[in-house]
Ligand binder design. Structure first.
Ligand SMILES: Nc1ncnc2c1ncn2[C@@H]1O[C@H](COP(=O)(O)OP(=O)(O)O)[C@@H](O)[C@H]1O
Ligand SMILES: [Mg+2]
Length: 247
């Protein structure tokens, strides 16, 4: 059984039909990439999985650990162990690094009052584990998040996601806007997280960088999966790379 399975998923923004018959799977323990040009449907796929609205999934099935999660709420999907770090790396610029990292806890305490569930079970990383994992954040605990570099903000966004119990970490264009040297740092962090057993679904336009750390890859174009294979197969498939990825 795959950790995550999408079977013939069709997603819409209003009447705009975006994802067409998307089927893909992510196996436990792997780094799987979903690659494609701007506007191909990558973010829409991640938002469909995490039950963000929009888009609406009108057809098909999304399964996580064998359970049909297609119609669950975002909170329930997150409680099952799926974390999404969105494209915009939402950190709170006026809060310090430490405050940003403590936020899930604050949210949990509030959730008791509001009756909402924020998933911080035993499997989520403790703040100290997070600082061990991201020494750069440790050095900058008291710095306002808004003053961090793009790469450091990305790490902070990932660190925050890992404070929740995460079996599947979905990263939406973590390398966007980062210099090559910084990409290497984020790449190394993602690899360490993967080595510790967290399954990763990595969405990128930067196919070359993503292929580097992936076991398998899918390519999406105009809302349809057009390639599915190992990272090595994609590396060797010049036609697919040129046609859909421009590399
Ligand atoms: N909120 C929205 N409303 C309507 N159309 C959208 C919305 N978000 C994205 N789209 C459209 O859906 C398609 C896929 O977008 P997206 O999944 O964001 O692409 P990617 O993440 O691969 O760049 C694009 O044609 C985009 O214009
Ligand atoms: Mg996107």
């Amino acid at each position: 059984m795959s950790l995550l399975e999408l079977e013939n998923v069709d997603s819409y923004y209003g009447e705009s039909h975006i994802l067409r018959d998307v089927s893909m799977s992510v196996e436990e323990g792997e780094v799987c990439s979903l690659l494609g040009r701007n506007g191909a449907g990558k973010t829409t796929t991640l938002r469909s999985i995490s039950a963000a609205h929009p888009p609406d999934v009108r057809d098909g099935t999304i399964r996580f650990k064998g359970e049909d999660v297609t119609d669950l709420s975002t909170e329930d999907v997150s409680a099952r162990g799926i974390s999404l770090v969105p494209e915009e790396r939402r950190v709170f610029p006026n809060l310090t690094v430490a405050e940003n990292i403590r936020l899930p806890e604050v949210a949990r305490n509030r959730s008791n009052t509001w009756g909402r569930s924020v998933n911080l079970s035993a499997k989520g990383m403790s703040t100290e584990q997070v600082y061990e994992e991201f020494p750069r954040l440790d050095e900058r605990r008291d710095q306002k998040a808004g003053t961090l570099s793009g790469g450091e903000q990305q790490m902070l966004a990932i660190a925050r996601a890992l404070r929740q119990s995460t079996d599947l970490l979905m990263l939406d264009e973590p390398y966007e806007g980062l210099a090559p040297k910084i990409i290497e740092n984020v790449e190394a962090a993602v690899e360490r997280i993967a080595d510790q057993g967290t399954t990763i679904l990595l969405v990128e336009q930067n196919a070359a960088a993503a292929i580097n750390i992936s076991d398998r890859a899918y390519v999406i174009d105009q809302g349809q999966i057009v390639f599915d294979g190992t990272a090595e197969e994609l590396r060797d498939d010049e036609e697919t790379r040129e046609r859909y990825l421009g590399v």
